[in-house]
Design a protein around this ligand. Sequence first.
Ligand code: UDP
Length: 385
Amino acid sequence: MTTQRVLMVGAGLSGAVIGRELATAGYKVLVMDSRPHIAGNCHTERDPKTNVMVHVYGPHIFHTDDEEVWDYVNRFQTFRAYKNRVKTTTRGGVYSLPVNLHTINQFFGKTLRPEEAFEFITQEQADLSIEDPQTFEEQALRFLGADLYEAFFKGYTVKQWGCHPSELPASILKRLPVRFNYDDNYFFHKYQGMPENGYTDMVAKILDHPNIEVQLSTTFTRAQCDGYQHVFFSGPIDGYFDYELGRLGYRTLDFEKFSCDGDYQGCAVMNYGEESVPYTRITEHKHFSPWESHVGSVCYREYSRAAGPKDIPYYPIRQVEEKALLADYVALAQKTNNVTFVGRLGTYRYLDMDVTIREALDTANAYIMAKKAGEITPAFLVLPL
Ligand code: UDP
């Protein structure tokens, strides 16, 4: 049997994990990426001046309930315990997120116990007339009420998404819990941590296999698919088709980097809830590695805006218009043989890292099984509609 050659477009988590699984199964894998580095948007590198590990494309905190995914990442990197504790500045105060008992008591000037706070929010704040919340705004008004919504979510969301929360799906807010105790852990997952030497080191180790070749600073064109038995494409799905039906909308981020000595803000992430502050948050990177000590500090002020053709796409905007265009691209993709679309950009979904890895493992497995059975591999493992 001749060796089967497969092409991974993109050296982020999807490309690295699928590449590694196929390489282990005996395939020869070429992983290419247009950027000069691996690891996609979770790329980390040390700042040359301060030696602080910087999350170059914004904060990435690993959290999961998926035991197999946790074991997988731990094969390639030691994960240090890290709990994401986010603060937010609004209306002249600093509060803790996600909204918890401390936030509620501090914001309303009360000393409520859990049951009292629950009663207060559900009976005096929440808008119970909204039975089945569909939009971000309805979800916030239904479960938090107007006061908390306006102080913590409305301004931030307008800045982050560039539209009114009544135009966004409830699913975006559902990412954040509301707690009636003092637990200020941003995530609720069983496992949470930071890779000791950064995400790029972890991805480098995933890619470190004799059957894998990595080619950076290489822009993909469809002509490069020739000679490969299969292509896994983790770039933007509309980009694969040369945007022939139009462009899917994304939000992009601009980071204003600044350095200082000592501790700038005392935490890794400080959000700014009000629309009058032009940035959404400030990230102080050394707090992502609390086991290290640094004299200097590196911070990013983060601004969100609509992505233009030359900008890095970050967050897919899945509104009605984009979903219709996505459906047209999905139809094209389903007619494209020997290509599977994967990851955040390939499937145009807001994916956390653990879900990306879970889907990559499942995709690789499905591919290996399909090949053994002589079946055609589908263009998508999860239909992104
Ligand atoms: N959000 C907000 N205020 C905050 C934090 C989050 O309004 O202080 C909203 C915002 O719309 C955001 C969404 O909640 O897009 C999900 O937040 P998450 O922290 O999951 O966003 P990410 O870190 O992925 O950008």
